[in-house]
Design a protein around this ligand. Structure first.
Ligand code: ATP
Ligand code: MG
Length: 450
């Protein structure tokens, strides 16, 4: 196991001053797995003050009791050095009431969440593994350190961490740990939404997000965090007219599986695109199932989910648009202005993602990736974007209008530009400067005369 020089240097500085120092947590886990390591986290018996005196360029984050040392390699995150800790006395399912410095490495490992995260590595490359994390890495499962129920009661974020880490590593969750999550899933509401959201985003950004959502469902975390999605499982879509292979929830999962974007927000929108279907489900007398306006209802539901999970305004808006307009028509008889309206609604910056969602929707419903209509629609999107999009793209502006008609600035100037734009849009006239100037005086003779 070859460690980077800057990591070896940190080992040396501590050891030369007589302190104990170990790599811990995700770094050791990922080294054993042969995965790329970006976070080199250490634990030591030196106090934060002692660590800071060893590294003049270090900084202390009092909230976490962690000293950071800037990394040399830009690929690495800040090296985090944490003094041995023991954490006991949890009363609010969140944070330890008091952080106490531990005396030994073993004490520190014991407070960590999962066996595979509770290993340490010394400078010689020996692994200290009192909780048999290496065995669990071989078994490819996530297992709590000690009694799982107690551990989840101590800190409920671990519920989501178990699912997130299992997803990232494509592991399963060990039986007793899984049972404890299933029975204690509601504790997740003790955790700040932002932290839950961050775990969810890591699940969605992983290589196998479907595995993560399935694990959330299996552990009952889905019904706590995304009840709207949980309810969509089992909502039938089969009807005599239109063949749908899957129920709504399964279709959403299949769409996520087919989503070609790596952006977790686009993946999330793909996962939620039909979230309005359970609420709009109707069975007609002839047995046909309908979901009228499900995209309108669904966009509101998705918006609520984003707000509840404290997503940024920009992400929330993007989610809303992707869900709201996912049913866009690709009918070849659409006018250019209808296509322009679509671009304006979705936002130019989201068009690519909107198409990605549509393809995922098709594939996730058992259809072919594309159709000639969709291809033609894409071609028209490109064509239409070459055309003037608003009055700003006209080859004349308000000053020209005022000059030609000798009128002062007024609302009328804007109206005249709008009329010009409509004519250009309908291809009645060309967007050429001379043509437009002529058109201004031709269509407003009265003003010129006065
Ligand atoms: P990642 O690859 O996401 O960084 P990680 O395992 O390194 O995974 P971190 O959040 O960086 O996760 O945490 C570093 C280590 O701190 C973990 O490996 C674990 O030992 C410990 N740890 C983190 N969060 C908790 C928690 N809520 N309860 C107990 N131990 C935790
Ligand atoms: Mg880490």
């Amino acid at each position: 196991m070859q460690l980077p020089n800057e990591v070896l240097h940190i080992f040396d500085v501590f050891l030369n001053s007589g302190y104990e120092i170990f790599l811990v947590g995700g770094a050791v886990r990922d080294l054993v797995l042969g995965r790329e390591v970006r976070d080199w986290d250490f634990t030591t018996n030196a106090t934060p003050e002692q660590i800071q005196s060893l590294f003049p360029d270090s900084f202390y984050n009092n909230d976490f009791g962690t000293v950071g040392i800037p990394a040399t390699n830009p690929e690495f995150d800040v090296h985090e050095i944490t003094t041995y800790r023991t954490e006991r006395e949890y009363t609010d399912f969140r944070r330890p009431d008091s952080v106490e410095w531990g005396k030994t490495l073993n004490e520190d490992l014991e407070r960590r969440d999962f066996t595979i995260n509770a290993m340490a590595l010394n400078k010689e490359g020996e692994i200290i593994d009192p909780w048999e994390g290496q065995l669990d890495l071989k078994k490819k499962h996530i297992k709590a350190v000690g009694d799982p129920i107690e551990r989840f009661q101590e800190d409920a974020l671990r519920l989501m961490r178990a699912v997130r880490i299992a997803t990232q590593l494509e592991f399963t969750i060990e039986e007793k740990t899984l049972e404890a999550i299933q029975t204690h899933a509601p504790l997740i509401h003790k955790i700040a939404s932002e932290r839950v959201r961050d775990e969810l985003m890591k699940i969605l950004a992983s290589n196998n997000p479907v595995h993560g959502i399935e694990l959330m469902k299996e552990t009952n975390l889905l019904t706590e965090i995304l009840p709207e999605l949980d309810k969509s499982f089992g909502v039938e879509q089969k009807s005599p007219q239109r063949h749908h292979k899957y129920d709504v929830g399964t279709h959403l999962l299949m769409s996520l599986k087919e989503c070609k974007s790596t952006d977790p927000i686009v993946r999330f929108a793909t996962l939620l695109h039909d979230i309005g279907k359970p609420q709009t489900f109707k069975k007609q007398d002839n047995g046909v199932l309908t979901f009228y306006n499900h995209e309108v209802v669904g966009s509101r539901t998705a918006n609520n989910i984003m707000k509840r999970l404290k997503f940024s305004k920009a992400d929330t808006e993007k989610m809303f648009k992707l869900v709201r307009f996912h049913q866009f028509t690709v009918d070849e008889h659409q006018t250019d202005s209808a296509i322009r309206r679509f671009i304006r609604n979705v936002g130019m910056e989201n068009i690519e993602d909107m198409l990605t969602l549509r393809v995922a929707d098709r594939l996730g419903g058992g259809a072919r990736e594309t159709s000639w209509r969709l291809e033609e629609f894409k071609a028209r999107l490109i064509e239409v974007q070459k055309q003037p999009f608003s009055t700003k793209d006209l080859k004349v502006n308000g000053a020209d209008v005022m000059e030609v008609l000798s009128i002062p600035p007024s609302k009328q100037v804007g109206q005249i530009l709008n009329n010009l734009f409509k004519k250009v849009e309908e291809k009645e006239i060309e967007n050429e400067r001379e043509v437009l100037l002529n058109e201004i005086s031709r269509s407003h003779p009265k003003i010129t005369a006065s």
